[in-house]
Design a protein around this ligand. Structure first.
Ligand code: TXA
Ligand code: MG
Length: 313
């Protein structure tokens, strides 16, 4: 159902209005430090259903629930011993923990897709924090893009993808980190990485992220191939672009545009999706990306690039 999407400033008036809209069971896109989220009241099944409708997302895909602090998180889920260091050193951060849901959590089963765990995150972004406090409850929010497209890092990206399909977007400027959160789950009391992201974890932590060419039903479906793809075809580890390719540089490799001239991984992460959006807007058909070192944040960047480069369904 087409509707006028309100664009709200991230001031007291805008945040109060955004909280009212959420309380009324409608959708508000809001900034976090990772990417913009498409928020709904996590306790309201009808509101959450609206997220799937607006994104055109397959409904087996569970959503991340955002809360203001650890105490709120503990009301919703139980935290195994192995999760405690992540709460202590990790939150607030671009870190999502998949932990056992409490029986009377009040969270809609659509949010968890009926699973026994819930993915929880305490965001750093002051605007996200203000919104969570003004709303006073948990906010379910996937990235605020149509299903299968790249995540938005500005309110303009949200408007381009979902304008007319959601009640409002809260404009908090550009998302500072620019890549999604790291998702960690627990197996046999040990932490395992389910999705690479902006929260850097030790290299020796086990990964059960999906290979870039996987498809079908998976535990963390955000891992599906081409979940992070721009419209153009993507080729990785390219030092010298072929004729007709739009070259995305890094460090010494300058390219048509650069992820980071200084070879700074943080800057590169924060610019990756914005540059993909730019390429889409310019109708670029083939994108070649310079090699990105595969350590620290580079792991998450390369993960997204592999998915973007994977064969399209
Ligand atoms: O940075 C982020 O994480 C952003 C911001 C808005 O918080 N959100 C985001 O949400 O990237 P989304 O829906 O695009 O990705 C959420 C991922 C999906 O891959 C989903 O499968 C996974 O979280 N997920 C949700 N609940 C889960 C659970 N209980 N166990 C494992 N994975 C889960
Ligand atoms: Mg997403």
């Amino acid at each position: 159902m087409p509707e006028e999407t309100e664009r709200l400033a991230a001031d007291e008036t805008g945040i109060t209005r955004a909280a009212e809209i959420l309380a009324g069971g409608q959708l508000v896109a809001f900034p976090t430090e990772t990417v913009y989220g498409l928020g709904a009241d996590a306790r309201n099944g009808r509101a959450v259903a609206g997220i799937f409708e607006a994104k055109g997302r397959p409904s087996f895909n569970p959503l991340i629930t955002h809360v203001s602090d650890v105490d709120r998180a503990r009301e919703i889920a139980r935290f195994p011993e192995a999760a405690l260091p992540f709460i202590g050193n990790g939150w607030p951060a671009g870190l999502t923990l998949a932990v056992p849901l409490r029986k009377r959590s009040g969270i809609s089963s659509l949010v968890t897709a009926g699973q026994s765990t819930v993915a929880l995150r305490v965001p750093v972004s002051p605007v996200a924090q203000d919104l969570l406090k003004a709303f006073g409850g948990p906010i379910a929010a996937p990235s605020a893009n149509p299903s299968g497209r790249i995540s938005p890092t500005t309110a303009d990206h949200v408007m381009a993808g979902l304008g007319g399909r959601i009640a409002a977007v809260l404009d908090g400027g550009m998302a500072s980190a620019g890549l999604e959160s790291t998702i960690i789950g627990f197996r046999d009391k040990q932490p395992v990485v389910l999705r690479e992201g902006v929260f850097v974890v030790p290299d020796d932590l086990p990964r059960i992220t999906m290979p870039a060419d996987a498809s079908g039903r998976v535990e963390s479906p955000g891992q599906l191939a081409s979940h992070y793809a721009p419209s153009g075809l993507v080729r990785m580890n390219v030092r010298v672009a072929a004729p007709g390719e739009w070259h995305l540089g890094f460090g010494d490799i300058r390219g048509n545009a650069s992820l980071s001239r200084d070879g700074d991984l943080r800057e590169a992460a924060s610019r990756l999706f914005a540059l993909f959006h730019e390429a889409d807007a310019e109708g670029v058909e083939r994108i070649a990306v310079a090699p990105i070192p595969d350590h620290d944040l580079g792991r998450a960047i390369n993960d997204r690039l592999r998915r973007a480069a994977a064969t399209r369904p």
